[in-house]
Structure formats: structure tokens, C-alpha cells
Design a protein around this ligand. Structure first.
Ligand SMILES: C[S@@+](CC[C@H](N)C(=O)[O-])C[C@H]1O[C@@H](n2cnc3c(N)ncnc32)[C@H](O)[C@@H]1O
Length: 257
């Protein structure tokens, strides 16, 4: 598959949408703790589609793979530089790593089974995939405002069964609840903070919005701004503001050989 000019190798062009990603998508420590537990006692860890390094454990020997130059450039100096490669062809020998991880990236891969097969090939122990169920478990307010966004995501996010089948072995699917003050500001993480979705920088840090037509985004902005200003949003959906956590469909799929 052709890569974008900055090397992006999935369905989204991080040369256009990647700027500012690391600022908006700060890894959340509670999600990180669940992710790291799934890696067991692995010492060497491969992170595929590593981006700016979110969720990379600091107490293990991590090798990161990231095809987009824009995302590689956002990695803090405290993390190792990422290898320029893609999930389809991991440049490592069989069984190189104790564990491997991939965080909200598999939905962008052009060859899902091949990429997951590559992760399994180079990994001796657990392969942990953080992803979203394509079917939202809860009908929530953002679906009412912009169903097109969820139609886009339903077509991109692979079914959890498909991920499990590609990993083979024994697979455990774990629910990851999103805290109301989640520091990683993906769409579902803003369930209690609707105002933040009016910010173009916040939306740009979620690739799904880049697939929604401009006129639909404008309709969403007009409707949400008006409802927040009039109090209609709070009247109908205000209970979301006091939910401590939310099941937005975030899942950790953990495969053992
Ligand atoms: C939403 S970002 C997630 C980045 C990081 N893992 C995180 O959790 O913040 C998706 C990442 O997947 C990468 N990606 C897309 N297609 C890929 C592929 N075929 N192989 C490896 N990485 C890919 C993108 O370049 C991007 O950095």
C-alpha cells in the first residue's frame, strides 16, 4: 500500500492531522496501569504504531515502530527513537520480544491479519491490543449529534472477534472504563466534557473526524454550541457530567501464544 508523504502507512495522514497530537492525547495513568498489567513481567516490549509514545512503559526495554515522521518527531527525548517500519513487515526475528503492544492503531492498518500475525511472530509472550469495539456498548449523546462519525468508525474498527482470531492462541477481551477526567482526550473520553469537542485542535487529534465531511462537522458544531448555550444539552444529557467513568467501548484484547 502507498504511504503518505510523511510516511503514514494507514488510512489517516498524520502529516496533516498529527501536529499537536501529543499535547491533546496525553496517556491516562489509569488506562496505562491496565495496559501494563497485560504485559505481565515482560522485560523487552515492542510497541507497534507507537505514535508519540503514549502508554509505553518506562520501566521496560521498549522498541517502538512508527511509520509517520510527524508522529516520530513528537516522541519525547526520554523515550527511544522509533523505528520507521509498518505492522505489515516488522523488521525483527521470530520471538525477539517478551511482549508486544499496539494502542489505538490496528483500525488504521491496511492488512490487519498480516500485522497481527507479525506481532505474534516476533513475540514470545502476551500481545496486548488497545482498541474500540466497533459497536458502541452504550448509546450516548455524541451519537445523537453526529451519527456519521460512528458510521465512519464502525467501518474502520475491526471486530474484536477478528482481532482474536488473528492473534490465535488464548485471547482475553478486557473492558477498559474511561475516567471522567481522562487525560487522553479521544472522543469517548470527553463524555462529560462536551465543550472540548468544539475545539478544532481536540478534534484534529482524533483521526475519525478527518473522514467526516466539513458540512457535517459544521452542523455538529452549530447544534452542540447552541444546545450548550441554551442549556438544552444539560437538560437532556447533564447526567453524563457526573458519571465517574464510562464504557465507551474501549477494550484491551490480550493474546497469549
Ligand atoms: C491514533 S494513533 C495512536 C498512536 C499511539 N499508539 C497512541 O496510543 O497514542 C495511530 C498510529 O498508528 C500508526 N499507524 C497507522 N498505520 C500503521 C501501520 N500500517 N503500521 C504501523 N503503524 C501504523 C499511525 O502512524 C499513528 O501513529
Amino acid at each position: 500500500m502507498a504511504r503518505f508523504p510523511d510516511g503514514s502507512a494507514g488510512d489517516a495522514d498524520y502529516g496533516s492531522i498529527g501536529a499537536g497530537y501529543a499535547l491533546i492525547r496525553q496517556p491516562d495513568p489509569r488506562i496505562a496501569a491496565q495496559f501494563h498489567a497485560a504485559l505481565g513481567d515482560a522485560r523487552t516490549v515492542l510497541n507497534v504504531g507507537a505514535g508519540a509514545g503514549s502508554y509505553e512503559p518506562l520501566d521496560r526495554d521498549v522498541t517502538a515502530v512508527e511509520p509517520s515522521a510527524s508522529m516520530r518527531a513528537q516522541r519525547p527525548a526520554t523515550l527511544s527513537p522509533a523505528v520507521d517500519a509498518t505492522s505489515q513487515d516488522l523488521p525483527f526475528a521470530d520471538d525477539t520480544f517478551d511482549a508486544s503492544m499496539a494502542s489505538v492503531t490496528v483500525h488504521q492498518w491496511p492488512e490487519l491479519e498480516r500485522g497481527l500475525g507479525e506481532m505474534r511472530r516476533v513475540t514470545r509472550g502476551p500481545v496486548a491490543i488497545l482498541t474500540f469495539d466497533p459497536v458502541p456498548p452504550v448509546h450516548w449523546w455524541l451519537i445523537d449529534y453526529v451519527p456519521e462519525l460512528f458510521e465512519v468508525e464502525a467501518g474502520r474498527m475491526p471486530a474484536l472477534d477478528r482481532i482474536a482470531a488473528a492473534l490465535g492462541g488464548s485471547v482475553d477481551v478486557r473492558t477498559v472504563l474511561v475516567p471522567a477526567d481522562c487525560t487522553d482526550r479521544f472522543g469517548q473520553a470527553l463524555f462529560a466534557r462536551p465543550e472540548q469537542l468544539l475545539d478544532a485542535d481536540v478534534r484534529r487529534a482524533m483521526s475519525a473526524w478527518s473522514f467526516v465531511p466539513d458540512e457535517v462537522v459544521q452542523r455538529f458544531l452549530d447544534a452542540l454550541s447552541a444546545d450548550l448555550a441554551s442549556g438544552a444539552w444539560d437538560e437532556k444529557y447533564g447526567a453524563f457530567r457526573t458519571l465517574p467513568e464510562f464504557d465507551g467501548g474501549l477494550r484491551l484484547v490480550v493474546g497469549m501464544p
